[in-house]
Design a protein around this ligand. Sequence first.
Ligand SMILES: CC(C)(COP(=O)(O)OP(=O)(O)OC[C@H]1O[C@@H](n2cnc3c(N)ncnc32)[C@H](O)[C@@H]1OP(=O)(O)O)[C@@H](O)C(=O)NCCC(=O)NCCS
Length: 205
Amino acid sequence: MSSIKYPESSHRARSPVVIRPPTPADREAFLAMTRASRKLHRPWVQPPTDADQYAKYLKRIDGERFVAFLVCLRDGGQIVGSINVSEIIRGRLQSAFLGYSESVVHKGRGLLTEGLRLVVRYVFTKLKLHRIEANIQPGNHASIALAKRCGFRKEGFSPRYLKIADRWRDHERWVLTVEDWRGRAARSGPPVRPAASQKLRKSLD
Ligand SMILES: CC(C)(COP(=O)(O)OP(=O)(O)OC[C@H]1O[C@@H](n2cnc3c(N)ncnc32)[C@H](O)[C@@H]1OP(=O)(O)O)[C@@H](O)C(=O)NCCC(=O)NCCS
């Protein structure tokens, strides 16, 4: 049983999106979203596009090493995209990797930026990680812009780092530490408090 808890909703009352864990009930909507967005996702990411892959994705969520979120519209609940926190390492590292993709329908409206800000807050305040890293291909300008908007800084370049769509692809390492995140939050004013009514529940209830 996992000790990690998920939020049921977002931590920022003003946000147009909420974050929550994916469930079996989301399967059809999730697959419709990833299938419709294939062109946008390829060759950057390979989210589940069939029922088998979706089942494996859910199974991978153990709340310890892998945590996943759906970013959904606050009004209506439509899925905007997904964000994964993977390979969570504890001990003296307290770090993890970040992956994300968005529905083509919602692209270019700042919604994934909002979702990522909520996930980043969760990662540092609830998971208590120290560092998160997004590996991004140099040509993926939208993803680099998103990482920059959320305060990540470029730490380095890794040739032939990740195999995506059957090819080893170069990646840039974009990193955010809790200190950088707190510094940004301090510069941009007081943090927005979580809604008092929001409950937390166990990830694998
Ligand atoms: C990477 C990806 C998630 C970024 O999507 P996105 O639509 O650019 O991100 P957002 O939803 O946050 O929207 C940001 C855009 O909305 C605009 N925007 C409008 N209102 C905004 C607001 N209030 N706040 C922030 N941005 C806003 C931004 O200017 C930006 O547009 P621009 O890039 O033309 O300047 C998307 O391109 C994607 O799914 N790509 C394929 C998967 C992928 O590459 N994943 C990452 C692998 S490393």
